[in-house]
Design a protein around this ligand. Structure first.
Ligand SMILES: [Zn+2]
Length: 345
């Protein structure tokens, strides 16, 4: 009877509801604490995989006595990274990962460690770290972009494409990157028949702003007629002068009506007429060929319009700033040396 009275008492019901809420809150708090502990443990175990750089005892000591050691140490490590001293930076990051118990700090340092490995060229290690970070935070756009570029450098284009799909779902505008990666996948697809592959590459390239040179290099090897057809349609061939210059047996019939392309072969001395070249370096070489006993040659460098970095090799993505399609050709006139005189006399 007493029990029924209690049951009907509104105060008792409120106490029961409050007790349930408190119990749920405690259970939730305990579960979150446990999850954080498991994450911390898992990150600690993961970092141990990279510990052959060694934990620095001096840094460990500093971490024990300093009030805000992580921010100070990451600042120092950042300077090491800027100066290219990656092993010192990595040592600092690994020591912080070993000593700090703060999950947020651990995640931030892990990202910096991944970036240091990426910049140092240890792509496999960088990849493993970026994947580990994304397990904890799959919406980290910066790490997704880095993972995509890491896959690209490792030649794992299909995996890079999967990351692009994730970025697209996060509303990132990466349409050009998507076309670029599709073309890389097609070029490296050894199963698709050549004709079908070429058709697909040209279809994607038609709407792309950054893949024309990759496609020209591909056609140069697999379909030279297709190469001439595509390059003849280009409004400005300046960035393709290196391909044209190094091409053996250019099809002069195909290009006779194209002044820009013909100029390259005027500078090389293959077309001999009195028409002046529009580009200064090409005109200089043409004049040398025509009027001087000295012969000139053309050297090539590649400059990023975004970070102004200069590279001796051709690349679509800037190795320093990661920008796509920002690389422009730089022409360099040099004296032709070691030319043999094949005299028939
Ligand atoms: Zn750059």
């Amino acid at each position: 009877m007493d029990y029924l009275v209690l049951y009907k008492d509104p105060l008792f019901s409120i106490i029961i509801i409050i007790a349930i809420i408190v119990l749920v809150a405690i259970a939730d708090y305990t579960r979150n604490k446990y999850k954080q502990k498991v994450k911390r443990q898992s990150l600690g175990d993961f970092a141990k995989n990279f510990e052959y750089y060694g934990i620095d005892d001096n840094i460990s000591g500093l971490m024990e006595i300093s009030k805000y050691p992580t921010s100070t140490l990451t600042f120092i490590a950042d300077i090491y990274v800027t100066n290219g001293n990656f092993s010192e930076a990595i040592k600092i990051y690994l020591t912080i990962l070993d000593k700090t118990q703060n999950l947020k700090d651990k995640m931030e340092v892990l990202e910096l460690l991944g970036l240091a490995y990426y910049k140092a060229g240890f792509m496999q290690r960088a990849k493993n770290i970026f994947i580990e970070i994304l397990k904890n935070n799959p919406r980290n756009v910066k790490v997704l972009s880095l993972l995509m570029q890491t896959y690209e450098i490792l030649g794992e284009y299909k995996n890079a494409f999967s990351v692009i799909s994730c970025l697209e779902e996060l509303d990132e505008n990466i349409d050009e990157v998507k076309k670029y990666m599709q073309i890389l996948i097609l070029i490296n697809d050894s199963i698709m028949p050549l004709k079908e592959r070429e058709r697909e590459i040209l279809r994607i390239n038609k709407d792309s702003k950054i893949t024309n040179k990759i496609v020209l290099n591909y056609l140069k090897t697999y379909n030279i007629q297709g190469f001439w057809d595509l390059i003849s349609k280009s409004d400005n061939i300046y960035n393709y002068i290196d391909i044209l210059w190094n091409l053996k047996n250019p099809n002069l019939d195909k290009i006779k009506n194209n002044k820009q392309i013909s100029d390259v072969y005027r500078a090389k001395g293959i077309i001999c007429d009195d028409i002046k070249c529009d580009i200064f370096e090409l005109e200089t070489l043409r004049v040398l060929h025509k009027y001087s006993s000295k012969k000139g040659n053309l050297g090539f460098k590649y400059r990023c319009s975004s970070c102004q970095g200069i590279y001796p090799f051709e690349t679509t993505r800037c190795p320093t700033c990661g920008e796509l399609g920002s690389i422009n050709l730089v022409l360099e006139i040099m004296e032709a040396k070691f030319e043999k005189n094949y005299s028939l006399l």
